[in-house]
Write a protein that binds this ligand. Structure first.
Ligand code: SF4
Length: 398
């Protein structure tokens, strides 16, 4: 299947975009993890992958969104973003996840991509602002892949995302990306009201027909001011997501990403192992996007991101505490433990709504990707090899 995916991708994108993906993301991404491993041995943890929410502004109002989209729009300035990227590049980082809110509502997004041609960016977007003109600019810079979120059928999308005609606008964005030969992905936060529609072979075939190169299935996290916990998945359904991802890897010419399991099928938390951390729209450094507490900001230490993150007490305590409790998601399984950690370390609420602690208090304990009795080792050799060497526990769960 990997060969037909490679052939399909080669036929549907430009050699220059493929080169940037292969070199800036795959090769330099691998090297950045190698440098991460070396630093680990020296007791220094600086993640090779940074996810940056460049704005909280968004045109949608999704259930389960934690991004203060109703608050006044904040944006990380172009200058601060460049300082962050240049600072991380010094330590081998080349891949950056760009999130929001809706990143295309930030006026300097394309300018940022142009300023860092030797890096690779994955843009988490709802696709509504991707016109042919925007897609042509992305093709011109060549170092970014749009990852477009689809959350259900037309009716479910409108209901879940709080606006009208959401799915059609998203599909129009997808079509503009494909027309402009971009390496394009689709992401879904799998939950009770879309699992039947979107965790299906029919939907994956539809994505392949539409020219999509990879798909990323997350599992729903009931967080934020409107958490809607009834949308969360059962342990059996989370396992079904794992099984489905593996089956699609073996049977469809499409890439299937996950960030929850290692090559042996054992669960992991990217934040707890320190391979990735998140920066909020106000510059606060958080363990991950849904843990909205911080002890540090990108502007600390005159913007020296390496010094700030390697000396962060909150991040260090998070990485020391969570793996001892679970290989899964502490937000789902032990919001009480997370609350205790935040209060013990005096980490500040990094939201505009200043209700993150009360939201944690109100959360019940749910299951997550950690299911030790039912671990499914990777069956596809390329995913097994990649995870075995560059995406595993890095000793956090020893
Ligand atoms: S805490 Fe949960 S949501 Fe955050 S990175 Fe870990 S598994 Fe993912």
């Amino acid at each position: 299947m990997i060969l037909s995916l490679a052939y399909r991708t080669w036929r549907s994108t430009d050699a220059r975009l493929l080169w940037k993906f292969g070199y800036n993301f795959a090769y330099k991404g691998m090297r950045s993890v190698q440098r991460f491993k070396k630093r680990l041995k020296q007791g220094q943890i600086f993640p090779p992958f940074l996810y940056i929410s460049i704005t909280n502004g968004c045109n949608l109002r999704c259930k389960g969104c934690w991004m203060d989209v109703t608050s006044p729009q904040a944006k990380i300035s172009y200058e601060d973003m460049c300082k962050l990227i240049v600072g991380a590049r010094k330590y081998g980082n080349s891949f950056f996840g760009i999130l929001g809110g809706e990143p295309f509502m930030h006026p300097d997004l394309i300018r940022l991509l142009e300023a860092h041609p030797d890096c690779y960016f994955q843009i988490f977007t709802n696709g509504h602002f991707i016109t042919d003109e925007v897609a042509a600019k992305l093709r011109h810079v060549g170092n970014a892949t749009p990852l477009i979120s689809v959350e259900g059928s037309s009716a479910i999308s409108d209901e879940r995302r709080g606006r009208k005609d959401v799915l059609n606008k998203t599909l129009a964005g997808i079509e503009a990306c494909v027309r402009n030969r971009l390496i394009t992905g689709v992401a879904t936060s799998v939950c009770q009201n879309n699992i039947d529609d979107l965790l299906s072979e029919e939907w994956v075939d539809e994505l392949i027909k539409r020219g999509i190169h990879y798909v990323w299935y997350y599992t729903y996290r009931p967080v934020g001011p409107e958490p809607t916990p009834e949308l969360a998945l059962t342990p059996e359904q989370v396992l079904a997501v794992r099984r489905f991802a593996m089956d699609m890897r073996n049977s469809k010419p499409i890439g299937v990403v996950d960030a929850y399991w290692d090559d042996q099928g054992a669960a992991l938390c990217p934040a707890a192992i320190g391979i990735s951390h998140h920066i909020g729209p106000w510059g606060d450094i958080e363990p991950c996007p849904v843990i909205q507490f911080a002890g540090d900001n990108i502007r600390d230490n005159n913007g020296d991101i390496f010094k700030t993150m390697t000396e962060s007490t909150f991040l260090e305590e998070f990485r020391n505490t969570i793996p001892a409790q679970t290989r899964g998601c502490v937000v789902l399984e032990r919001p009480d433990l997370l609350k205790e950690l935040v209060e013990r370390l005096g980490a500040r609420d990094s939201t505009a709504r200043k209700s993150a602690l009360a939201e944690l208090q109100a959360m019940g304990c749910l299951s997550s990707q950690h299911n030790p009795e039912n671990e499914l080792p990777e069956e596809n050799w390329i995913y097994r090899f990649t995870k075995k060497h560059w995406f595993f526990g890095f000793g956090a769960y020893a």
